[in-house]
Design a protein around this ligand. Structure first.
Ligand SMILES: [Fe+2]
Ligand SMILES: [Fe+2]
Length: 152
C-alpha cells in the first residue's frame, strides 16, 4: 500500500492530471463503423446518379428509397448512440456535435425535395439536386470522421 501511494504521488508530480483524459473512441470501432456507413451512403448516391444517367427511372426510385431508409437509420445511430456516447465521455465536444445534429435536421428537411427532383423524370434536374445534397452530406461526413479521430 505504501508503495502504491508513493507511486501515485510521483506520477502527480510529473504532470498535472487532466480533467478529461483522451478517450480512444476510434479504437472501439465507432469511427470505422460510421465510415463504413458513409461509404454505403455514397454508393447509393452513385447508383442513383448512374440510373438517372441511363434513364432507368425505376432503378433510381428504388435506390432512392434505400438511400432514404439508410440515411435515417444512420442519423438515428449517430444521434442516439455515437454522439450521445462521445459527448457523455467528453463534454468538451458538445457544441461540435450539436452542430452536427442541426445539420441532420437540415438534411431531413431537404431529402423529400431530392426525392421529388428525381421523380420529375428529367435526369438533369434530378442529378443536379442529388449532387448538391450529396456534396453537403460528404462535407458533414468528413467533419464527423475528423471529430471522432480527434482526442479530447
Ligand atoms: Fe451525421
Ligand atoms: Fe454520418
Amino acid at each position: 500500500m505504501k508503495r502504491l501511494r508513493g507511486r501515485r504521488s510521483d506520477r502527480r508530480s510529473e504532470r498535472p492530471a487532466r480533467l478529461i483524459e483522451p478517450i480512444p473512441i476510434a479504437n472501439h470501432g465507432a469511427q470505422d463503423g460510421l465510415a463504413a456507413q458513409h461509404q454505403q451512403l455514397d454508393r447509393f448516391v452513385e447508383e442513383i446518379a448512374l440510373a438517372l444517367e441511363r434513364g432507368d427511372q425505376p432503378r433510381a426510385d428504388e435506390v432512392m428509397r434505400w438511400f432514404c431508409s439508410a440515411l435515417e437509420a444512420h442519423f438515428t445511430v449517430e444521434e442516439e448512440i455515437v454522439f450521445a456516447a462521445v459527448v457523455g465521455l467528453d463534454p468538451t465536444k458538445e457544441d461540435a456535435f450539436r452542430e452536427l445534429r442541426e445539420e441532420h435536421a437540415h438534411f431531413r428537411l431537404h431529402l423529400p425535395q431530392v426525392g421529388r427532383a428525381i421523380e420529375t423524370r428529367d435526369p438533369r434536374v434530378g442529378l443536379e439536386v442529388l449532387e448538391r445534397f450529396a456534396e453537403q452530406l460528404r462535407a458533414h461526413e468528413r467533419r464527423e470522421e475528423q471529430l471522432l479521430r480527434t482526442r479530447g
